[in-house]
Design a protein around this ligand. Structure first.
Ligand code: AGP
Length: 365
């Protein structure tokens, strides 16, 4: 079927706005009354000693986030690689290691080659894909569809948050299989997950604030993104999204790594976007934010009400997100990162849906 922009100015705007509805589709596909259900033959995470995740670009950053989830809640060691590096490094695949590949298109050449490298070496090949009839899905032992619907904008948005949702569900299933998640704790997280589409809707209502910040960011030549813990991979996604559509140079750093070099870049011309809900690491991130401000840096703080109350007054601009539980924050905080990139690109007048030099699916090496 032909897909149109549904009244939006760009496919990217439409796909960002669709997230409450596609996230519901993803959740409905995997959640039953009794908990998390995977398609046959399922995955027995208790039998695994390690998981290796391979992908490119935004899909890689979904995998990078998943590493934090799998390790923290399921105590399952995870290696995560960009596909173009993975196979040439010839990594040994140790016994009881499963390989997981993430790809919106399911046709990315490097990711497919990484999957073929793992054939006969890994205990099983799993994929998280948006296109169920794609090459990567077909060559996997089990393909897990993300149900994001067709994504047309070159900059991946709804596919990313749907990938994250499937990956979090997998991490929860792994935690259950491995005896690290009592039913009460699992049910609490699932309740939060079921509420997530509604929270996304509320967050979409902050669009105007984000647009105003974006107008100012559009003047910058370089922008830094900082995050800690679960917000660190997301800082990379914020930087990637911004550079691919606005052509502004952006880099991401782990907040605590700033003082090991990149802080030398800071002055009033380099805005710094700090992703920091008020979680257990918040105070540490705030102290990194203060290091930036002490050097004249302008901080855009993306946080929740509690974070805004405790540190918002010091920041140059604050983007306030609705409350969300810590584990789910990377999914929700993807939204302001996407909107910031989108509005910055619109302010600069770039071709948002078809940015220069990029293809939606990279089928050559
Ligand atoms: C994201 O905004 C990109 N355009 C790009 O990084 C993309 O995620 C990457 O090429 C991977 O594509 P895939 O998910 O189809 O494998």
């Amino acid at each position: 079927a032909r897909v149109d922009k549904g009244g939006h100015r760009h496919f990217m705007a439409k796909e960002i706005a669709e997230q409450p509805s596609v996230l519901s589709d993803t959740l409905n596909a995997y959640l039953t009354d009794s908990g998390i259900a995977l398609p046959d033959p399922g995955i027995d995470f208790a039998a695994l000693d390690r998981l290796t995740i391979t992908a490119c670009g935004t899909a890689y950053l979904a995998g990078f986030t998943a590493k934090y989830w799998f390790e923290q809640i399921a105590r399952l060691p995870v290696e995560v690689d960009v596909a173009s590096e993975f196979r040439y490094r010839e990594p040994p695949i140790t016994p009881n290691t499963a390989a997981l590949f993430i790809s919106q298109s399911g046709e990315t050449a490097d990711t497919l080659a990484a999957l073929r490298y793992c054939k006969g070496k890994a205990s099983a090949l799993y994929s998280v894909v948006n296109v169920p009839e794609s090459s990567i899905a077909r060559e996997s032992d089990l393909a897990l569809p993300i149900h994001a619907g067709v994504e047309i904008g070159v900059a991946s948005t709804k596919a990313f948050t749907c990938q994250l949702t499937v990956l979090l569900l997998l991490a929860l299933k792994a935690a259950e299989d491995r005896g690290h998640l009592p039913p009460a704790a699992r049910d609490e997280i699932l309740t939060h997950l079921r509420a997530l589409p509604g929270v996304f809707n509320t967050a979409l209502g902050r669009d105007e604030v984000i647009e105003n910040v974006a107008q100012e960011l559009a003047e910058a030549r370089d922008i830094l993104f900082l995050g800690r813990g679960l917000m660190y991979p997301l800082a990379h996604e914020g930087a990637l999204k911004l550079k691919e559509i606005s052509y502004i140079h952006a880099e991401a750093y782990a907040s605590g790594e700033l003082k090991h070099g990149p802080i030398a870049l800071i002055d009033q011309h380099v805005p710094v976007v700090v992703l920091a809900p008020r979680d257990r690491l918040f105070d540490k991130t705030v102290s990194n934010m203060q290091e930036v401000m002490a050097r004249g840096g302008r901080v855009v703080l993306i946080t929740d009400a509690a974070g805004a109350e405790s540190a918002g007054a010091e920041a140059w601009r604050v983007i306030q997100m609705p409350e969300v539980s810590d584990l789910l924050a990377p999914i929700l905080y993807a939204l302001p990162a996407q909107l910031l990139a989108y509005h910055t690109a619109v302010a600069k007048g770039t071709d948002v849906d078809q940015p220069r030099n990029l293809a939606k699916s990279v089928t050559v090496e």
